[in-house]
Design a protein around this ligand. Structure first.
Ligand code: SAM
Length: 442
């Protein structure tokens, strides 16, 4: 609370023509992150700290009166599918995409929640418990033997039996369930969900850390436990449907693709409302944090993974893209000039910042194209601070929206966030906002 008062005193607002659009909605603070999803069946199938909550999506849909069957909800950075799943459950049609094949897979696996047969899954789980672990460890595909030799697997699995068990299990699922796509899908979801637990690694904010763990479960035990919890989750969801709903539930329909937000594979004038959250400008490289998951099921080589990394939004210094310097704004120019006089811990930071807004500009233009007239765009974003210089992502996004043809509607400030102790010590405290930026296509 003391900190919050300090933030209020410390004016974190820029003097721009957009100031009047800002409204405090601090009751949304808890909804812009994954926290409230942790106990929700299906939403909690895969831990993805970068996700937002189901309730946020529901409140936005209600707020903009989109609860009608003919409406299409869209998310071009769909992550683990929160927007799409909430829309489907509300009976609304949805479209979504993400650059990461891992995200597309998880989203699809969750969206198929009403197509799994829990009795069949339980029967299969009983068979799996009897699989011969020794045999499994020895049956590894040749392309996987090559992947296993990558230093990242070598360092992440100090116990080599566990590593062989992992790839053996992958192979076994592939062979046993080729003709039963839904069983295979849920088993593969379980397989990628246990990687942090069974390896000597830890996802720690922006970092993927290697840490020795002495009491790890072995792969097959962790896998059986996870499959069991997925089945329980489906049963819990079905139970709440049959016991608390008087009428039959109608679900929405839709699709999720692997796609770059800067080149969307969707038709012009096809969506009513976009509810999304792009990567924050915080240097997180998702392709590094989720590298084990990406390698295990989706990328056959380092080059494939690197290609995804280069094409992610330039929110981290390793992303690359052909267009640079295409978006101009006074406030961005002023902040970059300030930054050029500061000491930086990575010289690529100014390029990353300019590139990030260029990417948002390209994305926004695509969103303008796919959005129907009177359609709404809702972007959850976080502002940020580098070497004491604040980058007001929400304000700049309003400018980008306007330059792309949209009309600014409002910015809801959901949270004021602090800075790292190092920044406070060196440059003082200045709150950064986490906001919901809303635009309309008139
Ligand atoms: C903040 S997360 C979205 C989380 C999502 N709202 C949820 O609830 O799961 C941002 C997503 O953007 C994706 N991404 C990064 N670069 C992209 C690009 N160029 N095109 C599309 N998606 C991209 C990342 O893979 C990540 O899943």
């Amino acid at each position: 609370m003391v900190l919050y008062k300090k933030f209020k005193k410390n004016n974190c607002f820029e003097k721009t023509k957009y100031k009047e659009f800002f409204k405090e909605k601090l009751d949304f603070g808890k909804l812009v992150n994954f926290g409230t999803n942790k106990k929700l069946p299906i939403y909690n199938w895969f831990k993805y700290k970068e996700a937002f909550s189901k309730e946020l999506v529901e409140r936005i849909i209600t707020n903009f009166n989109m609860k009608k069957e003919d409406k299409v909800i869209f998310d071009p950075f769909c992550g683990i599918g929160t927007t799409l799943l909430a829309s489907k459950q509300l009976g609304l049609n949805y479209l979504g995409s993400d650059l990461s094949p891992l995200c597309q897979f998880i989203t699809r696996a969750k969206l198929d929640f009403n197509r799994y047969n829990t009795k069949e899954l339980k029967r299969e789980l009983e068979k799996i418990k009897k699989w011969d672990i020794k045999e499994m460890r020895s049956e590894i595909k040749e392309e996987d033997s090559n992947l296993m030799k990558y230093s990242i697997f070598d360092k992440s699995f100090l116990d080599k039996d566990n590593l062989r068990e992992l790839f053996g299990l992958k192979n076994k699922i592939e062979n046993e369930y080729t003709n039963r796509p839904f069983v295979k899908q849920i088993l593969n979801l379980a397989l990628i969900s246990i990687l942090e637990e069974v390896s000597d690694t830890k996802k720690d904010g922006a970092f993927f850390r290697l840490i020795r763990k002495d009491n790890k479960p072995n792969v097959i035990n962790a896998f059986v436990k996870k499959v069991n919890s997925l089945i329980n989750s489906l049963e819990e969801y079905n139970f709440s449907l049959t016991n608390f709903l008087s009428e039959k539930k109608e679900y929405g329909d839709g699709d999720v693709k692997i796609a770059d937000s800067r080149k969307l594979p969707f038709e012009t004038n096809s969506v009513d409302i976009t509810i999304t959250s792009p990567p924050y400008l915080n240097r997180y490289d998702y392709t590094r944090i989720y590298q084990l998951e990406l390698y295990l099921l989706f990328c056959k080589s380092f080059e494939e993974l690197r290609n995804i990394r280069y094409n992610t939004i330039r929110s981290h210094v390793e992303a690359k893209y052909k267009d640079f310097g295409i978006f101009n704004s006074e406030i961005l120019k002023e902040r970059l000039e300030k930054l050029s006089k500061r000491e930086l811990n990575n010289q690529r930071i100014p390029y990353m910042i300019q590139g990030y807004f260029d990417d948002m500009f390209l994305t926004m233009k695509e969103l303008y194209r796919v959005t129907k007239k009177k359609g709404i765009i809702v972007f959850v974003v976080g502002s940020t601070r580098f070497s004491g210089v604040s980058i007001p992502v929400d304000t700049i996004l309003l400018e980008i929206g306007e330059q792309s043809g949209f009309t600014p509607v409002e910015v809801w400030i959901t949270r004021y966030k602090g800075n790292t102790p190092q920044q406070i010590q060196k440059y003082g405290l200045e709150a950064v906002r986490e906001s919901i930026v809303i635009l309309r296509k008139d």
